[in-house]
Design a binder for this molecule. Structure first.
Ligand code: TRP
Length: 344
């Protein structure tokens, strides 16, 4: 399905949209297998919009140069991971200024107490961070991101469920107040069976940047030899059987999942192939599979980061496609809420 850039020739496929914050210097295997692999798959069936949520990242004070670099790295990772800018709009949130504008309209539809009750906000405040107002209104900006594009589905992880619920509430509220057909109420698309990748050193915990130790993480940009070494020192158990059993054998199960998602072999096939073989063999093979998948990814990343002009050109063209939709939505929203049209 070709993505058409002319605003009056929209694709017939249902629209999906998702975003990722540029909050770290590199993705790890958990993000990659949990989110990005799905984004890549979904672009075949849907009219996809994928963006770097750089405005959302401003809720956490970050050095400007670091934010710029992380934004480029995050966008490059989408592309290196297989998001095809010819089929999907890949852009930076801040390049489509309508996001902030619709975010304001969403703020004005949200009760203060409602915003304060959002669990992510409460958690951040409880952790003692001095939260800014941007953090409080984060979900309203996210609602704007989604509602801007009439997205039918929003593929996200379980942790974003509450944000999608408030997005749906806000769309329904908008339509109830200003008339039906104003905004499309999106469906969550919590991908079933999305691979959950655990920390290599602490397989009871999710693989995350803030996890147990750097050795528990597979960083997508890490040197392959280092990755192989971390996999070889993954925590397993004292029994010697290669079998999928999350409860009793979380470390071995995690390695089997990583292998399976990247190699395409089923867990059963892997169990059969490792019957009678030890953990050393398993780790070696998982390391090979991971390194094989990451080698082309890393090469493409380097190409994109060495040629920022090409990356910026891709982002500019994605923003142009996005803006074409955003402009139409904002005209509709302005008209509905009673803002005078800007004479053009
Ligand atoms: N809040 C999302 C996250 O942290 C990122 C995000 C911002 C997003 N806007 C979005 C995701 C819109 C999906 C749709 O992962």
């Amino acid at each position: 399905m070709a993505r058409m850039s002319a605003p009056d020739a929209p694709s017939a496929a249902p629209r999906i949209l998702s975003g990722m914050q540029p909050t770290s210097d590199s993705l790890h295997l958990g993000n990659y297998l949990g989110a990005l692999v799905n984004w890549v798959r979904l672009q075949d069936e849907f009219d996809a919009f994928y963006f770097v949520a750089d405005l959302h990242a401003l809720t956490v004070p970050t050095d400007p140069a670091v934010l710029r670099q992380r934004t480029r790295v995050t966008a490059a990772q989408f592309l290196a991971g297989g998001v095809d800018p010819k089929r999907s709009a890949v852009f930076c949130q801040s390049h489509v200024t309508e996001h902030a504008e619709l975010g304001w309209v969403m703020n004005c539809l949200t009760a203060e107490g409602e915003a304060r009750r959002m669990t992510q906000f409460k958690d951040k405040v409880a952790k003692g961070g001095n939260a800014n107002v941007g953090l409080l209104t984060y979900p309203m900006l996210m609602a704007a991101d989604i509602l801007m594009y009439d997205a039918a589905y929003v593929p996200v992880g379980e942790d974003q469920r509450q944000h999608l619920e408030i997005t749906r509430d806000l769309a329904e509220r908008f339509n109830a107040r200003f008339g039906d057909g104003g905004l499309v109420v999106p469906e969550p698309y919590i991908v079933k069976g999305a691979a959950k990748i655990q920390d290599l050193q602490d397989p009871a915990a999710k693989m995350s940047k803030t996890g147990s130790s750097p050795k528990g993480l597979i960083d997508l940009m890490q040197d392959p030899a280092k990755i192989a070494k971390n996999i070889r020192s993954a925590v397993t158990d004292t029994d010697a059987e290669v079998r999928y059993d999350v409860e009793h054998k979380p470390g071995v199960s995690n390695l089997l999942v990583i292998h399976s998602v990247l190699s395409g072999s089923s867990i059963e096939e892997l169990e059969a192939s490792f019957a009678g073989r030890g953990y050393g063999d398993l780790k070696k093979e998982v390391a090979d599979v991971v390194v094989e998948a990451l080698t082309p990814f890393q090469a493409r990343m380097r190409e994109l980061l060495d040629d920022p002009a090409e990356l910026d050109r891709i982002l500019a063209s994605g923003a142009e496609s996005a803006r074409a939709v955003a402009r139409t939505t904002m005209e509709r929203v302005r008209e509905r809420v009673g803002l005078l049209p800007a004479g053009r």
